[in-house]
Every structure is written in structure tokens, then in C-alpha cells.
Design a protein around this ligand. Structure first.
Ligand SMILES: NC(=O)c1ccc[n+]([C@@H]2O[C@H](COP(=O)([O-])OP(=O)(O)OC[C@H]3O[C@@H](n4cnc5c(N)ncnc54)[C@H](OP(=O)(O)O)[C@@H]3O)[C@@H](O)[C@H]2O)c1
Length: 308
């Protein structure tokens, strides 16, 4: 039987924070968790778009629903957001590292990182580092990091992490998504070694109809890519279906730290949540450790999880 959100346990009493919760998979994740009773913090870079999402979700929300303005492309904003969570809730049960940008022309974050590596990976590393202390000791606390099938094409270019020498917008996206899953696995290993109550899991949606592709086409101003997406449209599943693997990772009692979920059909492009293969580079302990260390240096913050 396919897993749906109806199979998830009641989320009452749990506090969840979702990045990029105003659109696509983040919005569907927020909708599902809120309707199952979780208090949900919608972490969005635009307060206006966050408030619009909140207004849409409110009728189905069983508990609290709040907007937090948080820009992952700005470490000061990430830290301020984590501070707000600490001050306002003092605890957190679920962090969904969901937000992402895909294949724009080369741009930089406020801190000078290549936009995709900086937003998709480093911003989430900094957020996780700042929020983990609020999760420690909570029963069944989880960090879910959203990756992509692009991880299978990714390579961590340690000699040019910010694509300063050569920028290929798709290689940079794949690098950031490989970094997502490598970070999720390393985090799990370190949390387990420390005997933490927090588990780290990864998920990818397959191909889901969201704003990711239109935003990418607009940023790159590529008519050809626009046409390609129109032709591929029948392959795409809804955002609600695409969100199921991350919801499974976030709520299913049988989901385990260190596991990676994605759709079960068409080579992981669509379908129901199942455990799926992990890119070999993310299974390499040396790559993982090196990425962890350089990420901590770049964000200027240690992730409070013990080395194995
Ligand atoms: N859709 C797919 O087929 C697919 C496939 C593989 C992986 N994914 C992954 O799924 C995740 C969610 O993407 P989606 O498909 O739901 O796309 P989406 O509809 O474009 O949503 C992306 C979200 O990320 C937010 N975001 C972008 N930059 C941000 C920043 N600097 N700070 C905070 N939030 C930021 C966006 O905010 P704004 O609305 O303000 O731009 C939006 O809320 C991404 O990590 C993506 O890599 C998606």
C-alpha cells in the first residue's frame, strides 16, 4: 500500500520549521504538517509571500502557524531567525531544510558564496547548527534535508567550491544537492555517535511541478529550457506528491536516521515514497568529513554534533 500523509502519526504538540514554506514542496509540507496538528513556522525570505501562504493554510491548520522572515542567502538573517525561534519557542521537534534555488546565472549570497552552494547548502548548515541545541533531548526530533536526483550527477569541487574559476549553473546545482545529502548523512553519523535524540534524514521529490523550473527559466532567460520543460510536463507529478518523501522522512515512525527517500517509480522521478539509492560520493566518509569541515569554516560556526 502506498504511504500517504493519512498514515502519519498525529503531530499535535510538535513544532516544525520549514524553509521555503511559501511555495511548492515547502508549502505542501507545511499544509500536511499543520493539518496533522503540528505548530508550523513558515521560514520564508519574503514576509509578504510567507503571509500569503499562511493565509492559504490557516483554514486547515490545527495549531499555530507563524511566519519567520529568513533569507538563507544571508547568514546574519539565518542567525537572527534561529534566535527568534529560541526566544519564541525555546524548542523544536522538526527542521525541514527544504528551500532551494536551481541553476541561475552566477550570483553571490550576501556573504559572498556562490548562490546555490550558499543558499541550498551553507545556509542550511548554519540554520541546522543554530537550531540543533533546541532539538536536543526532544523525543523523535528530526532534521530532514531535501536533495534532488541531481545529486547523482554532482561532484564536490573542493578546489573551486564557489565556482570562481568556472561556473556551470547545472554543475553548481548538482554540487549543492550532493552537498545536501552528504551533510544529512554526516550529521546523522555524528548525532548517533553522540547518543543524540535527533535523527537526520534526506529526501528528494523526483520531478514535481513547482516554481523551481519557471524561476530557473526566468533567471537564465532560456527559451530552450522553457520549451524543454513544457515538453516534459506530463512527466511531472504534483507538488503534493513530490512532498511525500520529505513528509515520510519527517513523520513516519519506521523512517530511520541516515536513510534517503524518494519516489518509487520511473527511476525515482515520480511515485510514492520509498527508500532510494544515495549518490556514491555522499557515502564516501572522506568527502563527507571534508565537506563538513569546510562548511563549518565557511559559515563560521561549528555544528554541535560530535565527530564519530
Ligand atoms: N520541483 C522539483 O522537481 C524538484 C526536484 C528535485 C529537488 N527539488 C528541491 O526541492 C526543494 C523545494 O523546491 P520547490 O521545487 O518546492 O521549488 P519552489 O516552488 O521554487 O520553492 C523554493 C522555495 O525556496 C525558497 N528560497 C529560495 N531562495 C531562498 C533563500 N535565499 N532563503 C529562503 N528561502 C529561499 C523560495 O522562496 P521564494 O518563493 O521567495 O523564491 C521558495 O519558497 C529545493 O531544495 C529543490 O532543490 C525540487
Amino acid at each position: 500500500m502506498p504511504w500517504t500523509m493519512a498514515d502519519s502519526p498525529d503531530q499535535s504538540g510538535r513544532i516544525a520549521l520549514i524553509t521555503g514554506a511559501n511555495s511548492g514542496l515547502g508549502l505542501e509540507t507545511a499544509r500536511a504538517l499543520a493539518s496533522r496538528g503540528a505548530t508550523v513556522v513558515l521560514a520564508c525570505r519574503s514576509r509578504r509571500r510567507g503571509e500569503e501562504a499562511r493565509a492559504e493554510l490557516l483554514p486547515a491548520a490545527a495549531a499555530g502557524l507563524e511566519v519567520l522572515e529568513l533569507d538563507l542567502a544571508d547568514l546574519a538573517s539565518v542567525r537572527a531567525g534561529a534566535h527568534w525561534v529560541r526566544e519564541n519557542y525555546g524548542r523544536l521537534d522538526l527542521l525541514v531544510n527544504n528551500a532551494g534555488v536551481m541553476a541561475p546565472p552566477r550570483m553571490l549570497t550576501r556573504d559572498g558564496f556562490e548562490l546555490q552552494f550558499g543558499t541550498n547548502h551553507l545556509g542550511h548548515v548554519a540554520l541546522t547548527a543554530a537550531l540543533l541545541p533546541l532539538m536536543e533531548g526532544r523525543s523523535d526530533a528530526r532534521v530532514v534535508t531535501v536533495t534532488s536526483g541531481a545529486q547523482y550527477f554532482g561532484r564536490i569541487a573542493f578546489d573551486d567550491l564557489q565556482s570562481e574559476r568556472r561556473y556551470d549553473r547545472w554543475a553548481a546545482y548538482s554540487q549543492s544537492k550532493l552537498a545536501n545529502v552528504a551533510f544529512a548523512l554526516e550529521l546523522q553519523q555524528r548525532l548517533a555517535a553522540a547518543g543524540s535524540t535527533v535523527a537526520s534524514l534526506a529526501a528528494h521529490p523526483g520531478l514535481a511541478r513547482t516554481n523551481l523550473q519557471p524561476a530557473s527559466v526566468a533567471a537564465a532567460n532560456s527559451k530552450l529550457e522553457g520549451l524543454a520543460y513544457r515538453l516534459m510536463d506530463p512527466l511531472f507529478q504534483s507538488a503534493a506528491m513530490g512532498a511525500l518523501p520529505q513528509l515520510y522522512a519527517a513523520t513516519a515512525p519506521e523512517a530511520r536516521g541516515g536513510e534517503h527517500y524518494g519516489p518509487d517509480q520511473w527511476g525515482g522521478m515520480r511515485g510514492w515514497p520509498t527508500q532510494v539509492r544515495i549518490a556514491p560520493a555522499a557515502l564516501d566518509p572522506q568527502i563527507r568529513r571534508r565537506l563538513w569541515e569546510v562548511s563549518e569554516q565557511l559559515v563560521g560556526q561549528a555544528v554541535p554534533a560530535q565527530a564519530p
